[in-house]
Design a protein around this ligand. Sequence first.
Ligand code: GLU
Length: 476
Amino acid sequence: MSETRTRFAPSPTGYMHLGSVRTALFAWLIAKREDGKFILRIEDTDQSRLVQGSVEHIIKTLKALGINYDEGPKVGGDYGPYFQSQRLDIYKKFAEKLIELGRAYADPYSAAEVDKFRLDSKNNKKPFLFRNYRPDKYQKWEIGQPLRFLSDPKAYTWEDQVMGSLSAGEEAVDDFIIMKSDGYPTYNFAHIVDDYLMKITHVIRSQEFIASTPKFLNLYEAFDFPRPELATLPPVLSADGKKKLSKRDGAKDILEYLDEGFLPEAIINLLASLGFNDGTTQELFTIKELTEKFDLKRVQKSGAIFDEKRLQWMNSHYIRQLSENQLAEKFEKFWPKEAKGYSSEYKLKVLETFKDRLKFGKELTNLSLFFFKELPVDLNLIKEHKQLSKLETADLKKLLSQSIDKLSKTEFNSNDIQKSLNELLISTGQKPVVLFSLIRIGITETPSSPGLAETMEVLGKEISLERIDHLFQALA
Ligand code: GLU
């Protein structure tokens, strides 16, 4: 059997969204599972859509996620070049071959003439098919002139590895442009030639290409190329499941997630979950497990919902797997600027208090601020608190002064602090939601924070008591 060779063939248009990176991941997993090769090919034939810097962006994204390609830009390979813009001679040769085979012709029409054909079809209530308007005589083709495929219309039924049996009538096959007037090939033509020359065995891509597949099948036949396995991935939907996910739904570029402190392992798992499961309830997989278990037959046909909360949940899981030191290294850039000058021991302790509750790195910037600077007293935190708002100021003050009293006699380690806090519950007759929330507001000036005793231990006795006292003073 021939070697499995899959490819990721992005157009460098500037954005690496979840859907495209998922395509890359699935193609990579198939190659890895079969001990084959994964190829990166840059499809840059549409010169008007090119965005500066996107190739670096694509490479950086794949690298950050550990989706390493065996052949492609920078690493090279036996089937290069891996930029379509550097393969123009190849496309020209294959275009000429099609002409020789009697399966391509120079398009002699102006845009106005084509518009007229279109109108004509519309008036006759027929779908517009270019092949109904072929010229009587074909002119010699020169590069710089549009070249059209001369199709052989027929109905097709084909097997899609994910979608199952698909079919289309002969109206789906038409004479499409293969070479444009700017000398570049179209995607429809170039990818077929490249997949053939690069010996691609599996073409994995998104939904939008299903409609054109009959054209591709017709072209494979014209060239007598073997047909690779085709697999169409389900669309990625917004959290409400109602529409295709877009930037408007808050979906970000993958590098942006990485920049916000989402770990590659979490992103990989999230991407894998967008359409794949192994038939059990397992939700988190190592790369090794994914490689072993991944199978196109287990990819769902229906849309896969993206929910950022799920990504956060996965990320929290991988954050908890890290040691404090690893975490400190990875999240160093997320400390607020106020943390400058604090020792790494202190920061490590702060991190320890957050480890179990952090969903992504960037959260650290705001959440940890109170560890480095005293925030202004905010009495609204009390007014907006369901239980605290019911208490009179005098009662609140009494609770705070009892707390100061008790805590000032406490050894400042989290166990003893916790013991004192529990004793305070008994002596004041208050519930934790009242007493602990009040002390927490004094100490952190935020409605929620890591465990109160741990937080106080890290801040130390002096600062903790000072802050409770500041709240006491502020309550008029
Ligand atoms: N260049 C196409 C795109 O970015 C790739 C489609 C394919 O994988 O064949 O959408």
